[in-house]
Ligand binder design. Structure first.
Ligand code: NAD
Ligand code: FE2
Length: 374
């Protein structure tokens, strides 16, 4: 172990089929805001929530995938202007909903504070923190157990991370039944996001033995379950296993943050519309190949996931991803060579890139051997 480390996660985690039906017990007598999508399935959940917990003080149900500055600022204005302040926010949906809820939680005093905090990293004490009950409907982002939210600024091609310890949800209710309606594509991309979180928390300067244990369990499960689940989308036992794996990946990277695969992904999602789960996983075989001799508990964890021969494992991981026909090179994702090089250069000097324990030199060598770049 290389240094003194700390592992802390304050979220009260409640997991199991049907736990959503008991949400009124977690809301209690508190006045609540509900954040969700407008799709039929979520409208029907909203109705059943109203039956058990009464009408929400505020309903925001127009959350769009990849929450963007523009829409968020309008929604946050609505949130901050409401007279009877919600005592708790119920976030019912995937990462986009839970991340939006974190923004509203912090926005009681207006969105300007948040903008200022994102741009200057100062003023965290001015952010509010209304408690959040996070009810994920996808198994992927782990946002129910992290204290940050990804905010997209499509107009200016930027991505921000709203990160503050007070934004950990108070409660996570993880009900695999809510994930039964996920399509093949959504199941695939969210699982790959979770796989990436697990691996990114291992090849990370902030890794510790607790995060590594969570990550190892998560990555092993996801790699095993995903192909079967994709052929059996309504299998509740497989959905349960995937939800549990995604949660563990969340617990792993809640302590370490992500690393180079994620930093490579953001411009690819912003510029070419590649779904987050694909953008943050197509480089995993290359990164694995670049850290095969990383040493210590990180190498042990990778060997526990992939077997002793990590070079062979990197080849196998590429074959594993190729079977989903999602594109495993920059060119296959539509990114021209010059842009690809720029994305790599910038990713290694960005905040998440600096969490990566490997080197750019080894990454480029591995990229060459995998044909990641044309
Ligand atoms: N905060 C974090 O720690 C963290 C980590 C990773 C990713 N993210 C962010 O989370 C967002 C992605 O979240 P996501 O992958 O969960 O998807 P999402 O919330 O963006 O949802 C994508 C689509 O899936 C649909 N959907 C969601 N649940 C469904 C269900 N059970 N059945 C049918 N359809 C359903 C939604 O209606 C939506 O159209 C991105 O903005 C990403 O950057 C955040
Ligand atoms: Fe992610």
């Amino acid at each position: 172990m290389d240094k003194i480390w700390n592992y802390q996660n304050p979220v009260s985690i409640n997991f199991g089929k049907g736990i959503f039906d008991k949400i009124h017990q977690f809301i209690g007598s508190r006045n609540y805001a509900l954040i969700t999508y407008s799709d039929d399935q979520f409208t029907s959940y909203t109705r059943s929530l109203i039956k058990t917990s009464g009408k929400p003080a505020l309903l925001i149900n127009d959350i769009a995938p990849n929450p963007d500055f523009e829409l968020l600022s309008e929604q946050a204005k609505l949130y901050s202007e409401i007279k009877s302040k919600p005592e708790v926010i119920v976030a019912l949906g995937g990462g986009s909903v839970i991340d939006s809820a974190k923004v509203f939680s912090a926005a009681e005093n207006g969105f300007e504070n948040i903008k200022n905090f994102l741009e200057t990293k100062k003023g965290g004490e001015d952010l509010s923190s209304t408690p959040i009950i996070a009810v994920p409907s996808t198994s992927g982002t782990g946002s129910e157990v992290t204290c940050w939210a990804t905010i997209w600024d499509k107009k200016n091609s930027r991505k921000y991370s709203l990160a503050h310890e007070k934004l950990f949800p108070e409660i996570a209710l993880i009900d695999p039944k809510l994930m039964m309606g996920k399509s093949y594509e959504l199941t695939l991309v969210t699982a790959l996001d979770a796989l990436s979180h697990a691996l990114e928390s291992i090849w990370n300067i902030n890794a510790n033995t607790i995060s590594a244990n969570h990550a190892t369990f998560a990555a092993k499960s996801i790699l095993k379950i995903l192909p079967t689940l994709l052929n059996d989308l309504t299998n509740i036992n497989l959905r349960t296993e995937m939800a549990s794996a995604s949660l563990s990946a969340g617990l792993a990277f809640s302590s370490t943050k992500t690393a180079i695969a994620h930093n490579l992904s953001y411009p690819i999602t912003l510029g070419w519309g590649v779904p987050h789960g694909i953008a943050c996983s197509f480089t995993l075989p290359t990164i694995l190949q670049s850290v095969v001799s990383i040493g210590g508990f990180r190498e042990e964890s990778l060997k526990e996931i992939f077997g002793d021969n990590l070079t062979k494992a990197a080849d196998n991981l590429k074959i594993y991803l190729e079977r989903f026909n999602i594109g495993t090179t920059f060119l296959e994702l539509g990114i021209p060579p010059e842009k690809s090089k720029k994305i790599i250069d910038e990713a290694f000097i960005g905040e998440r890139g600096l969490n990566f324990i490997g080197s750019k030199e080894n990454f480029l060598k591995a990229a060459d051997s995998f044909g990641l770049l044309p």
